[in-house]
Design a protein around this ligand. Structure first.
Ligand code: ZN
Length: 204
């Protein structure tokens, strides 16, 4: 699918048909599960009006935003009236935020298989070691005070948003609980000092 703007700028997109087919399939399944008879049809609508879209004939109509109203008016519903309020309440009730973290669970990766340690942000290859208050790359000798931040982000996305001092020592490959404590205090959120929780919350 190619979009051409008024300026002549062109951009190639993946055809949204596959994605829409999946939405239609899942929504039909959802309604069936709740014993609701509603016809589900897909329309691909582009939010911009000043563009030309080249596409091959496919399963769904492709429209510009301004064409949508007249398109729907030309196709009156042939089926019985549906209870919109009930259906919208049901959809809201079942709406859950999409949780892709931790990615190890999402992709079925064993946590033990994930490489630990701080990787050099410069050469993106060397392992970094904490020396004299700095991370130093064993390969290109680049130094950084903050190289552990991206490793903590990785931990949060791959393994768990919560991390203890011991887990951070293991993941950053730095066996110094005082240094680790300083790093975690500076970059993470601690749920409650009073509860003496050992967990630090990583911001993603
Ligand atoms: Zn390096």
């Amino acid at each position: 699918m190619i979009r051409t703007l008024e300026t002549g700028e062109q951009r190639v997109f993946h055809h949204p048909e596959v994605q829409l087919e999946e939405y239609v399939y899942n929504l039909k399944g959802f309604f069936k599960q709740h014993q609701i008879e509603v016809p589900v049809n897909g329309i691909i609508v582009f939010p911009f009006n000043n563009a030309r879209i080249n596409y091959e004939d496919g399963l769904f109509p492709v429209l510009m935003a301004r064409e949508l109203t007249s398109f729907l008016q030309q196709r009156p519903m042939k089926t019985k009236t549906i209870d919109c309020q009930y259906i919208s309440a049901l959809l809201v009730q079942h709406n859950k935020p999409y949780e892709r973290f931790p990615l190890s669970r999402y992709y079925g990766i064993e946590v033990d298989a994930i490489q630990t340690g701080v990787i050099c942000p410069k050469c993106e290859f060397g392992q970094m070691h904490w020396l004299k208050m700095n991370w130093t790359c064993s390969s290109c000798h680049y130094t950084s005070k903050k190289a552990h931040l991206s490793a903590l982000q990785d931990y949060g996305m791959l393994i768990n948003k919560k991390i203890t001092n011991a887990q951070a020592q293991h993941f950053l490959q730095l066996n110094n609980r005082h240094t680790i404590k300083r790093m975690l205090m500076a970059s993470c959120y601690r749920e409650s000092e009073l509860k003496r929780s050992r967990d630090y919350q990583i911001f993603l």
